[in-house]
Design a protein around this ligand. Structure first.
Ligand code: ATP
Ligand code: BTN
Length: 321
């Protein structure tokens, strides 16, 4: 068995709950107790909180619901591939754009090299969150991609609202926020030539029940479990809802572009009416956030009036940060 296969099998057993001894796991998987102990260390290295009690065995500190390829297949009509351990779901699809059908999805439980905008790291502990990417062929070409990433963010927040998960907001251009902390990030990457159809990969990382002990995140973050409070969120069902939402919002965008979209965004804008700064390399401009315009640019009210800013190199921050 490949190394990952043993770890994944251990996690499957542990995710059923309760204690499982090294001996039991070893017998089940045909490896020694020492090997199990080594694999448990590897699993901990994936960000999973597993502890051991003498005489009882191993247990997960928090319940974990694994994604299930069969459940996903049964609920979706488009191709979906669950690859539990991956470098990056975005990279996986980008490497295969020529053989994919539009709307194909890749999901993972753990990303070794999850990424955010401008090559920043997306921390991706095993089984705690959602790491999802979708391939979309955009006949309108690359220029339309900026608007598309805003449209997708709005559609996802609206889908959460339909599930009764309220209070999630948007930070321009493509972050989801909850109580001023980052809940999810969207990363749109593309390959294609100017003027031709664009091959887009739309990736979303959404924190579901990330451990407070998670290291390496340099800004305040939130998990969907806080939004859901006592409501239980089924991970497979959430993945299916997100995939359906992405597909329908992308198809709508191809038909309607951004018409009628500004109000939907502005209702959900986390910073609207608040003092912010826009950081563009060495340059910073401060003002009051005034939502977006029909091109998808962020609006900033300064002493000179209302200015619009657009482009992938801009970072928005509250002026206190
Ligand atoms: P920008 O406004 O420029 O997009 P950002 O801080 O949101 O700024 P991104 O590149 O969009 O930056 O996202 C990557 C950043 O997100 C990382 O630098 C890290 O601070 C943070 N991050 C990484 N993993 C997670 C996660 N699982 N949840 C929340 N935030 C994360
Ligand atoms: C951001 O806020 O900068 C965007 C983060 C996007 C993370 C997701 S997780 C699934 C997909 N695969 C990646 O490597 N990144 C995106």
């Amino acid at each position: 068995m490949k190394e990952h296969t043993v770890k994944l099998a251990i996690l499957k057993t542990l995710s059923q709950g309760g204690f499982h001894s090294g001996e039991e796991l070893g017998e089940q998987l045909n490896v020694s107790r020492a090997a199990i102990s080594k694999h448990i260390k590897g699993i901990q290295g994936w960000g999973v909180d597993v502890f051991r009690v003498q005489g009882k065995g191993y247990q997960l500190a928090k319940p974990m619901q694994l994604l299930d390829q069969n459940v996903l297949n049964q609920s979706l009509s488009s191709p979906v591939e669950l690859i539990p351990i991956i470098d990056s779901t975005n990279q996986y699809l980008l490497d295969r754009v020529n053989s994919l059908e539009s709307g194909s999805t890749c999901l993972a439980e753990y990303q070794e090299k999850g990424r955010g905008r401008r090559g920043r790291e997306w921390i991706s502990p095993f089984g705690a969150n959602l790491y999802l990417s979708m391939y979309w062929r955009l006949d309108a070409g690359m220029a339309a991609a900026m608007g598309l990433s805003l449209v997708v963010g709005v559609a996802i927040v609206e889908a959460l609202e339909e599930m009764g998960l309220n209070g999630v907001k948007l930070k321009w251009p493509n972050d989801l926020y909850y109580q001023d902390r980052k809940l999810a990030g969207i990363l749109v990457e593309m390959s294609g030539q100017a003027g031709a159809a664009a091959h887009l990969v739309i990736g979303m990382g959404m924190n579901l029940m990330m451990s407070d002990a998670t290291e390496g995140i340099t800004q305040p973050w939130a998990s969907l479990s806080e939004v859901a409070a006592s409501q239980k969120v089924d991970r497979n069902q959430l993945a299916v809802t997100m995939i359906n939402t992405l597909q329908s919002s992308l198809a709508d965008y191809e038909l309607q572009g951004m018409s009628g979209f500004v109000e939907r965004w502005n209702r959900l804008d986390n910073f609207i009416g608040r003092p912010i700064k826009l950081i563009m390399g060495p340059r910073e401009v401060s003002g009051i956030a005034r939502g977006i315009n029909e091109q998808g640019a962020v609006l900033l009210e300064t002493e000179q009036g209302i200015e619009s800013y657009i482009g992938g190199e801009i970072s928005l921050r509250p002026s206190t940060q």
